[in-house]
Design a protein around this ligand. Structure first.
Ligand SMILES: Nc1ncnc2c1ncn2[C@@H]1O[C@H](COP(=O)(O)OP(=O)(O)OP(=O)(O)O)[C@@H](O)[C@H]1O
Ligand SMILES: [Mg+2]
Length: 427
């Protein structure tokens, strides 16, 4: 019975955007939809609607987080089962998990596979308001389902009413009368301007039949969602399926980076399988740990000379950050205190991507020295390039910001930004 429905669900796939359709310029740069991608569709829509769609930012996120994507079939299967479950004709599916376990990547992969309407809340990019969400998602629905709205009315972003209306209209137009909306990181959205008692992002308490919203959140206490119909999927770090995906990622990485990795493994006198087992345990089921540690091993920043026995690998993501922070400090304490720490901590307290000139103003360091830090820490940063504007930087991952918040006193950096802002206003 479920299998039959499952098949029907798969047929809803529209405009799948395989990696061959996506080109990333300069690593973290602009992504250009090539031909039949959802982003192409959005770009071709009238400007009165398409200008609300965060095409550029989201295409970049999808391309970046799905590059080298591994596994997660157990989560996709669980989601698909819920979407066709009897008695669950509409409602929310919330996927919860710890920082760095791979929630954003999951949503990005669902976008890539199915082309569903989607929204990413990205606090470090200052995309977190209900207004950002509603304008982006309403505009996508209009374009994706060919709804007859020439522009978004002002009430589109003032509450959830217009979104509900569009969802009902979209179901009518959807070939199988089903619509899926994907939302990443409810925990990164803010509640500014959202009436007390309303749901986060003004999400509707009741969804029209045939509509499901698949959302993710960190394991926070309350992501402000009081709805009639909801199910949850917990992504657990110790789930054997999660561990299998982690081990697979390690094996794939070793294979894809054969030459440097073979040398490192030989140095430790270990086999690929032993190495995958150990790293899986040390990662504590966390993908962000793997990405960071494997990158350091490949580059030689972590090798037998530097750490000795493989047993010395950090245990868990936070231990990795701490080790890196301390190693950079020990390498040159004076340079660290006067240069690295101020620039990185300023990035941790900034509310949006910032330019080297901003960082230079806030820290009092010369633009050249700031650029040197940005170069040395590039693996921890994301670069945003827009034609004709200076490159802007932000921390790559919120888990690094969490680490800095907990381990390094950031108050003085908040104050420096506030003082610089007041100075600019002439106060
Ligand atoms: N299935 C996967 N295959 C390959 N890489 C992955 C996978 N899942 C996550 N990653 C990588 O691991 C890192 C962390 O993943 P991601 O940002 O999705 O975590 P998250 O759960 O969203 O974290 P947070 O709660 O802080 O937002 C990213 O660099 C991502 O590319
Ligand atoms: Mg995330």
């Amino acid at each position: 019975m479920h299998r039959k429905h499952w098949g029907r669900y798969s047929e809803r796939v529209v405009n799948p955007t395989g990696p061959e359709h996506v080109r990333v310029l300069g690593g973290q740069g602009t992504v250009i939809g090539d031909g039949n991608t959802i982003y192409q569709t959005f770009t071709n829509a009238p400007a009165s609607i398409s200008s609300h769609i965060r095409v550029r930012e989201f295409a970049t996120i999808v391309a970046e987080r799905t590059r080298g994507f591994v596994g997660r079939e157990f989560v996709f299967a669980a989601v698909e089962r819920l979407l066709v479950a009897p008695g669950f004709d509409s409602g929310y599916v919330v996927i919860r998990g710890e920082p760095g376990i791979g929630k954003t990547s999951l949503i990005a992969e669902l976008v890539r596979r199915h082309g569903h309407v989607h929204h990413f809340n990205v606090a470090l990019q200052n995309i977190r308001s209900a207004h950002d969400f509603l304008s982006n998602v309403c505009a996508q629905l209009v374009v994706r389902y060919g709804l007859s709205h020439a522009a978004l009315p002002p009430e589109a972003t003032a509450g959830g009413g217009f979104l509900s209306r569009l969802l009902a209209e979209a179901v009518e137009k959807a070939p199988d009368r089903r619509v899926v909306l994907l939302i990443d990181a409810l925990d990164e959205a803010d509640d500014l301007g959202v009436a007390v008692g309303a749901n986060r992002l003004f999400l509707p308490a009741v969804l029209p039949d045939g509509v499901h919203i698949v959302a993710t959140s960190r394991e926070v206490h309350d992501y402000r969602l009081a709805v009639d119909s909801m199910d949850e999927i917990a992504l657990r770090d110790d789930d054997p399926h999660n561990r299998q995906d982690i081990a697979q990622y390690v094996r794939d990485f070793v294979q894809a980076n054969h030459d440097p990795m073979r040398e490192r493994l030989a140095g430790w006198g270990t086999t690929v399988e032993e190495f995958a087992d150990l790293l899986t345990a040390r990662s504590q089921g966390n993908f962000m740990y793997l990405v960071a540690v494997l990158r350091d091993i490949r580059s030689g920043r972590i090798d037998v000379e530097r750490i000795g026995d493989l047993e010395q690998l950090p245990r868990g993501l936070r231990a990795y950050y701490l080790r890196h922070w301390r190693a950079m400090m020990a390498a040159d304490p004076e340079l660290f205190r006067t240069l690295y720490e101020p620039v990185i901590c300023m990035l941790a307290v900034a509310h949006e991507p910032v330019s080297a000139a901003d960082l230079s103003r806030w820290t009092g360091l010369s633009p050249n020295r700031v650029r040197g830090v940005l170069r040395d820490w590039r693996e921890f940063l994301n670069e945003e390039r827009t034609d004709g504007a200076p490159t802007r930087y932000r921390l790559y991952h919120a888990s690094f910001q969490d680490f800095l918040r907990d381990e390094v006193a950031l108050d003085e950096y908040h104050e420096a930004i506030a003082a610089a802002a007041l100075g600019k206003l002439g106060l």
